[in-house]
Design a protein around this ligand. Structure first.
Ligand SMILES: [Mg+2]
Length: 187
């Protein structure tokens, strides 16, 4: 089993409007056919910085709708969405169309009945914003906890569009590809 984590903005999608920031949660087009992602040997996740929330450009509901839409247009191929909305102290964890659950300094254990392993991830709090490696460590932790124990993770790959993505991958021990490189190999 390969763990494949993708950045979102400008890696998987670009705005449909051509603007730098999306005008609405559905102002998004995929950069490639998501069919390439439906490989039974791949466990796919997303790790996205969304500092627009912290800066007041986007609300949490807006971001949640954006990821619901992304989940739809990629035909639910991503198992989990990890989003860092601030300087690294919080990560929002989302599975398909469910609501974000928030993991950070002020989190509530009772939210994580299915994710007891998060109690072992407290040392990652503060490191979630890329180029820090926390979201990728967390992605690996989630994948290892959820994938059938008989299946080993043979490869960890992060695909992005920015140097901050490359640095996060390097620190977390993931192989890194820029999206164009990755598409050239897999398309
Ligand atoms: Mg990006």
């Amino acid at each position: 089993m390969k763990l494949l984590v993708f950045d979102a903005d400008e890696t998987l999608t670009t705005t449909a409007s051509g603007k730098k920031f999306p005008e609405s949660p559905t102002d998004k087009v995929l950069k490639f056919d998501p069919k390439i992602l439906s490989n039974p040997n791949w466990y796919c996740m997303i790790a996205s910085n969304q500092k627009g929330f912290h800066l007041g450009f986007k609300t949490k509901d807006f971001i949640e709708e954006e990821f619901n839409y992304l989940d739809e247009i990629t035909h639910h191929v991503f198992n989990y969405f990890l989003v860092c909305p601030d300087d690294g102290t919080t990560v929002w964890i989302k599975k398909n169309q469910k609501k974000f659950i928030s993991f950070g300094y002020k989190y509530d254990y009772t939210q994580f009945v299915d994710m007891n392993f998060l109690t072992e991830c407290k040392s990652l709090i503060g490191t979630f914003r890329k180029p820090m490696p926390g979201m990728l460590y967390l992605a690996e932790k989630i994948a290892r906890s959820i994938i059938n124990q008989d299946e080993k993770i043979t490869d960890k790959i992060f695909v992005g569009d920015m140097e901050t993505d490359a640095l996060a991958a390097q620190q977390a021990g993931f192989k890194f590809f820029y999206i164009n490189e990755w598409l050239a190999i897999n398309n």
